[in-house]
Design a protein around this ligand. Structure first.
Ligand code: NOJ
Ligand code: CA
Length: 697
């Protein structure tokens, strides 16, 4: 297999079928394009009012009915009707590229493209291009605006991109929140989507749900068993897109996150193009995860990041969420002390854990939450007096451990921007290459939202500035991932979901057992997830009586294979790992992959994945189930043929159950090969994790 991939890589090629450039088709002529394997088909035409319309077929099924495209501007007539097709052009590209770090090494980018140039028949005769790219596993399209004579910029009041569904599809959705993605997913027919019901969710620090809309990725299943997921790719200098839902007419429409400070959705200088509006399509739910559509629709890397290496990390973190210690100094229970940091560094060095995250190290935490004016509160260079940053950094360096810096901005991005240079310069001086950023709270200035254009610009600014100082970013409360890690490979991970932390303090019982059987098919389609798995003390004793983690211990281990992130936390208190036999799996599991496969899955029920470590023949397997116990029979045919592997199997133990006995596990050592089938009995809320090391021949 490896040799095969290398072969493809060496002979990777760019195929440009010199685009059949055509003149304007006559009125209502349909322009037709198919994906390279012809599974996916798209028709483009203009309707009776000469409005641009597209429809999508997958196999024989129409999955998107004729749907309109258009824009509403502030100082311009709407861009919606009276168009003629000036020209259309098709071509095909087939190339391979390599991920510097990721779920796999080699990615094939194979698509057919249609560019339709449209012009208004009368009036201003404004023109723009619609570019469609059809892959066998989905499509993307975007609007491209050229320079219009006498017009410098556009104020966008609405983007009216429609997606008309061909049935009442089953949907896995979360409310279209302008401020946060930290919601549970709901599983309902399209007609029953009711985002406004979650408007006043009690657990979230910041939330704003103005319409019956959903966040993307939103994933669906048709009656004939086709899986769809809507999202966007290459979001740059533009608002994030939610999808407004019109349940009765089975229709969605782009609802961009707006700026209430300026009263618009976006403002852009001409020329510009929108992000890609994407639709993944598959007959197998696992194929949604294996697809690289979102990344392929982003541009190649603009720079390299040889200074970033994927790693696991522990941290001074969970102890604050449990209330064992605190971020601030004034409480008298400060977590980020020099001593505690050195204890974590010692642990990491002893257990092959690459990094240590230290939160609460800098001044300002006394005023970070619940304060209205957070401007100027945080300082990103001044440590608390009981934390000797330089000494800790030197100690980590001596021990071969990387520190992970923490910058909680408390959603005062202007304060952060003013300090970025000094903060990242300090990191460079100390040899720290990763920062976890945070954006808890309502954005200052008011009227801006986390997912609006103003913040998209801020997140990008941080990313580019950080790159200049050899710093990679893991953002919490981020803008969603849209594959920009391909172009800007120092955007290594993000939160952007209900992470493990909710289990420590949410008043609604925490994440249900099925949570992580949905996340891989929704949030994870966007990109790497800093979920922070690995809690062994699942009942959180003695710290939290009212809270708990609703999975078994083996389920927590399996997450290291299922939930992809190049920075992967071992989130529990390190004392809960000391001497624990199951910690061996976390020590062993890789964080950078040669290839990844979804072996078996059904959204919201269970998922089983296998990944091969990069530059190695070691494989790791993880499977998890929801609140239902089930037995999986897993053929190991992904292993190299003819090789015997030492397999260490971490299973749910006797009586294991997410509620009654979450900590019950057992470890089995076996010799297995590609011809074997592993039978895994998963407890309710349970899982299985397996490491495979080739035997010395
Ligand atoms: C929320 C983040 O998700 C969490 O990981 C972090 O500990 C707190 N904010 C404090 O920054
Ligand atoms: Ca968070």
């Amino acid at each position: 297999m490896k040799r095969h991939i290398q072969f493809l890589l060496i002979f990777s090629f760019l195929l440009l079928l010199a685009g059949a450039c055509r003149k304007a088709p006559s009125a209502r002529e349909v322009i037709h394009i198919e994906s390279p394997g012809k599974e996916l088909k798209l028709d483009f035409f203009t309707d009776n009012s000469a409005r641009p319309v597209y429809l999508v077929r997958f196999g024989g099924d129409t999955v998107i009915r004729p749907s309109r495209l258009g824009f509403l501007f502030r100082d311009q007539p709407p861009l919606s009707a009276s168009f003629v097709v000036e020209s259309s052009e098709q071509n095909e590209v087939d190339e391979y590229w390599e991920m510097p770090w990721g779920e796999q090494r080699v990615v094939r980018n194979h698509y057919r493209e249609l560019a339709v140039k449209l012009r208004e028949a009368g009036g201003e005769k404004r023109h723009f291009t619609l570019r469609f790219r059809l892959y066998d596993d989905g499509l993307g399209f975007r609007y491209e605006f050229p320079q219009w004579p006498g017009i410098d910029s556009l104020v966008i009041m609405d983007e009216n991109t429609e997606f008309r569904l061909a049935g009442n599809y089953r949907c896995w959705w979360q409310p279209g929140d302008w401020d946060i993605y930290e919601h549970l997913y709901h599983d309902t027919p399209f007609r029953e989507i009711d985002a406004l019901k979650y408007r006043h969710h009690p657990n979230l620090a910041q939330t704003y749900i103005p319409f019956n809309a959903v966040n993307t990725p939103v994933t669906m299943k048709t009656e004939s068993g086709i899986y769809l997921s809507f999202h966007e790719a290459a979001l740059s200098d533009y608002p994030g897109m939610t999808l407004r839902v019109y349940p009765d007419d089975l229709r969605m429409k782009s609802e961009l996150v707006g700026s209430e400070r300026y009263g618009w959705k976006a403002s852009r200088k001409l020329p510009f193009h929108t992000p890609w509006r994407t639709l993944q399509l598959a007959r197998r739910p696992g194929a949604l995860i294996e697809s690289k559509l979102i990344l392929n629709l982003n541009e190649p890397a603009k720079y390299e990041v040889p200074w970033f290496k994927p790693m696991k990390y522990v941290g001074i973190w969970w102890e604050m969420h449990l209330g064992k210690s605190s971020w601030d100094l004034a409480s008298g229970r400060h977590g980020a002390t020099t001593r505690n940091a050195m204890r974590h560094i010692d642990f990491a060095a002893a257990h092959h854990i690459g990094g240590v995250l230290i939160e609460g190290w800098n001044t300002g935490w006394e005023h970070w939450i619940g304060f209205d004016d957070r401007e100027g509160v945080f300082d990103f260079v001044t440590p608390y007096p009981d934390y000797d940053l330089k000494k800790v950094a030197a100690y980590a360096h001596r021990k071969g451990v990387q520190l992970i810096m923490h910058h909680e901005t408390s959603s005062a991005p202007r304060t952060y921007e003013a300090q970025m240079d000094t903060a990242y310069a300090l990191m460079r001086e100390l040899g720290i290459h990763v920062v976890k950023t945070g954006y808890v709270g309502k954005i200052i200035p008011r009227g801006e939202y986390h997912h609006g254009q103003w913040m998209v610009r801020h997140y990008r600014k941080a990313l580019l500035k950080a790159a200049g100082y050899e710093v990679a970013i893991d953002a919490h409360e981020p803008i969603k991932a849209t594959g920009i890690r391909r172009s800007y490979p120092n955007f290594v991970s993000r939160e952007g979901l209900r992470g493990q932390e909710f289990n420590a303090w949410a008043g609604d019982g925490g994440n249900p057992p099925e949570h992580l059987t949905i996340i891989p098919f929704t949030r994870m389609l966007a990109g790497p997830v800093d979920f922070t798995p690995g809690i062994f003390n699942l009942k959180l004793t003695p710290w939290k009586k009212e809270n708990r983690v609703n999975t078994t211990l083996a389920h927590q281990l399996a997450l290291y294979v299922i939930i992809y992130s190049p920075v992967q936390m071992a989130a529990d208190l390190i004392e809960n790992y000391e001497g624990h036999p199951a910690f061996r799996f976390i020590e062993d599991v890789a964080t950078d992959w040669e290839e990844s496969r979804v072996l078996q899955a059904e959204i919201g029920d269970y998922i089983c994945m296998a990944r091969r470590e990069r530059n190695s023949e070691n494989w790791f397997l993880g499977a998890i189930t929801d609140e239902n116990q089930r037995t999986l029979k897993i053929p190991l045919s992904f292993l190299a043929p003819g090789v015997k592997y030492e397999a260490r199997v971490y299973r749910d133990g006797p009586g294991a159950h997410w509620d009654r006995k979450p900590g019950s596990y057992r470890i089995e050592e076996l010799v297995l090969s590609a011809k074997d089938t592993l039978e895994a009995a998963l407890a309710a809320g349970g899982g299985v994790a397996v490491s495979f090391f080739p035997q010395d021949q």
